[in-house]
Write a protein that binds this ligand. Structure first.
Ligand SMILES: Nc1ncnc2c1ncn2[C@@H]1O[C@H](COP(=O)(O)OP(=O)(O)O)[C@@H](O)[C@H]1O
Ligand SMILES: [Mg+2]
Length: 353
């Protein structure tokens, strides 16, 4: 039996990302797309293939439940204990000596213990953190390297507030704008599947003309069929009908088949699970567990979504925001459209509503 292909397709997106990273940092980039479309995997692949003079800091806010500014600092930084220099300049030289290839795999920004304690104690002053990071990236540039900051699952920090009651996100984006558009020091990529989040920060953090978007969508039909081939799927029309081009679901199907189910059984099982989940969700809405939203409002919206991709204004704003936050629909802020988060969910909606 064939094993799972390690990485398929995405040539176009890879080229685009590499082109962005090869120039000077000019914009904050939002890497967006529906759940399980392969955003994180793509970023990892690109990091792996970057030349040696790039230093990549990959931070995934999913690693930890980030509720407070202290949680945020703990995710951002990776403390280096023991005998390390306390001067940023010297410290960075030491870090770089460790080999940039090693750094590519580093999750979190290395920081000397004493500096971490200092920043931590004064976590009420978020500016200190950004000032330190700015100095940090400057030093890396001076050593002849190009820093890249990747912030994944960005939406998970949307509610973090600092001691003065300010949104940390706003401070963070101001910092990222400084690093890109203003000082051209460090590439900034922010990945999220919650595009409501993008829209909210966009209007709050003066991002106009300072941010750009890169869509990592589920594969289109033609690409999906080629990918199915690599996964050894047999009835491609049937597979497309159930799961379309979502790589996460393609991998699920592969795993189900590996357990001995035939393709059709596996697809049916996946759909059954999805229908059950949607039923649970509707029940929770009905029981009032999901706040003020009413079941008939949700049902009306789902009725509309049977069409597939539609203009977002076709669903009332309040319901739309709710369904985006509940991961039922994917919102594309660039196109102004919404659609079910996956083809499987779309099929479940058509079956249940
Ligand atoms: N191009 C690809 N080739 C093979 N597997 C992939 C590819 N892209 C993503 N995957 C796998 O699909 C699943 C979902 O991808 P992930 O990157 O986590 O999605 P996202 O970050 O968009 O939610 C993961 O198991 C990942 O390893
Ligand atoms: Mg991801």
């Amino acid at each position: 039996m064939i094993d799972i292909p390690e990485f398929v397709n995405r040539e176009k997106e890879k080229r685009e990302l590499k082109a962005i990273l090869s120039g000077r940092p000019n914009f904050v980039y939002f890497v967006y797309g529906p759940i399980n479309s392969g955003k994180t995997a793509l970023l990892m692949k690109v990091i792996e293939e970057l030349p040696d003079d790039y230093v990549v800091f990959y931070i995934n806010f999913r690693w930890r439940d980030v509720q407070t500014i202290n949680d945020l600092i703990r995710v951002l930084f990776k403390v280096k204990r023991g005998k390390v220099s306390e001067e940023t300049k010297e410290f960075i030289k030491e870090v770089l000596k460790g080999g940039v290839k090693v750094l590519h795999k580093l999750k979190g920004i290395p920081i000397p213990e004493n500096m971490f304690d200092l920043l931590f104690r004064r976590a009420d002053k978020v500016e200190d953190i950004f000032a330190y990071l700015e100095e940090y990236f400057e030093e890396i540039r001076e050593e002849g390297y190009q820093p890249v900051l990747i912030l994944d699952e960005m939406q998970t920090i949307k509610d973090v507030i600092n001691a003065t009651g300010q949104s940390v996100l706003k401070g963070l984006f101001n910092f990222l704008i400084g690093m890109t558009k203003e000082r051209h020091l460090c590439h900034s990529l922010c990945a999220t599947s919650d595009c409501l989040f993008i829209e909210d920060v966009y209007s709050n953090a003066r991002l106009e003309g300072r941010a750009k978007y890169l869509l990592v969508d589920d594969f289109d039909r033609e690409t999906a069929f080629r990918v199915y081939e690599e996964f050894g799927f047999e009835d491609k029309e049937l597979v497309w009908d159930y799961i379309g081009g979502k790589i996460g679901d393609i991998i699920s199907l592969f795993e189900e088949k590996k357990r001995g189910l035939n393709e059709k059984e596996a697809l049916e099982r996946m759909l059954k699970d999805q229908v059950a989940k949607l039923r649970d969700f509707l029940e929770a809405v009905e029981e009032g567990e999901k706040g003020k939203i009413r079941e008939n409002e949700v049902k009306e919206a789902l009725e509309r979504l049977k069409e597939g991709e539609i203009q977002s204004v076709k669903i009332p704003r309040r319901v739309r925001r709710f369904l985006i936050e509940e991961n039922i629909i994917f919102y594309n802020p660039v196109e102004g459209t919404v659609r079910p988060q996956s083809r499987l969910l779309w099929k479940a909606i058509k079956e249940l509503v």
